[in-house]
Design a protein. Sequence first.
Length: 277
Amino acid sequence: MVFAMNRKDWHSNITLYKSLWLFVIVLTAQVHAVDVIRLPETSGPYTVEQWKKDWPRCEFEDGIKEGRVEVIRADEKSWLRVNYAKGEIGPDKNGADWRWPFGDRESAQLKYTMRFSTDFDFVKGGKLPGLSGGPENISGGKPADGKNGFSARLMWRRDGRGEAYVYHAQQSSNYGDSFPFPSDFRFPKGQPIEVRILVKMNNPNRKDGLLRVWIGMPGKAEFLVVDKPEMQWRTTDQFGVDSIYFDTFYGGGDKSWAPTNSGFAEFTNIEVSLIDH
């Protein structure tokens, strides 16, 4: 017996199968631990001493000792405000940058709430925090080779568009690959949004890793903006996803990426779930 299926029914079934597959992943995964970044409950400069207390074991930082990060109390919670200087690019002169290790995992999920200042100048784009892993810090034109590590950050782009910006074992150039958000997506200014990033490592030499990104916009339910189910993060089992890569700055490799006015982004409710499958 043969059943005919029209195009609408076919697309509906594919959507259902994807939803069921994700549900099975959630059911078979176990949240091993949740690490929450506890921020000071008073406004003021974010000192190196306080940063070391809140983010222990980091091997580097940009922006803290230079005074570009401060704590702001708003909406009955503490926010990290990262300031971006007019006319500057890169984490050494603009924004902030560090990598906080939480230990090797096969899967991890990063969540945070963020908002851009009301006068934020998107220009051509800049980086936002994500997840990373491996023995080396993979970014800035240092390509992933399957053994040295990976990074999976977000970017804002021109006019507030968004994307995942990813260094992985099969990237197409020395710089990260861009996985754009839906074409109608725009980051709002002055309003908080929820970010959730899931990385599941691949089995070595197999393309069975996973990258998913969800965004929750004001007044709207969370929705999926990036879905990459065939990622190859590594070619060895010697590392997994192991760090929050708190990395945010304008750039880009030249001053055409620089903002025409100073601005900031704020971050709160920062937590990582360590997931065992």
